[in-house]
Design a protein. Structure first.
Length: 188
């Protein structure tokens, strides 16, 4: 099975990866992803089989109807990507695929991540996972810059890199993003 276009957003647990994936998916170039929000503002993407998020399985076994003309969004914790089958199952089936590694680059960002982690998760050890770098198309984003500081330049950089790679117009609505991030941040 060869599919058209996708991004995979890989992030360490507890720093807003589900929300960030949903927010990016609100752009008209992306296949929409539904989400539900629990009592402590943890976002969970709906219509995604649980094992699809927790272990790499062939896309044909997920039961998901991927879009043939929009950019599909996959999101995973970085630990999942350390499985040797991850790239085979998540990247190879696509004609065009971009991996987005979510990595915090400042001490203030690490403290923000630590607070979110302990608010939303129980057990485990806090930390940023090592990101696997393979012979793949990838970019790195900083969720602290995008979600906490709402750095417009970081959003513009992301939209430019995705637009250049997919050869189509991707333009995030900064006014709408600001409102959605403000809503999300109040509970975090």
């Amino acid at each position: 099975m060869i599919l058209n276009k996708a991004i995979s957003i890989l992030y360490s647990p507890g720093h807003g990866g589900e929300f960030l994936s949903w927010l990016i998916g609100q752009n008209p170039a992306f296949a929409p992803v539904q989400t539900s929000i629990n009592d402590n503002n943890k976002w969970d993407l709906q219509n995604v089989v649980r094992f699809f998020h927790t272990e790499p399985v062939p896309l044909k076994d997920t039961g998901i109807n991927f879009s043939t003309n929009l950019i599909n969004i996959q999101r995973d914790h970085t630990l999942t990507a350390n499985d040797p089958n991850y790239f085979k199952y998540r990247i190879e089936p696509w004609n065009k695929h971009m991996t987005i590694f979510s990595r915090i680059g400042s001490s203030a960002g690490i403290e923000w991540h630590r607070r979110l982690y302990y608010k939303k998760l129980s057990g485990g050890t806090f930390g940023q996972d090592q990101l696997p770098i393979e012979d793949i198309n990838y970019i790195t984003i900083d969720p602290y810059e995008l979600l906490k500081l709402h750095n417009i330049d970081a959003w513009v950089q992301l939209q430019c890199e995705l637009s250049d790679y997919f050869k189509e117009q991707i333009c995030f609505d900064n006014k709408t993003n600001s409102k959605l991030i403000e809503f999300w941040s109040k509970s975090n």
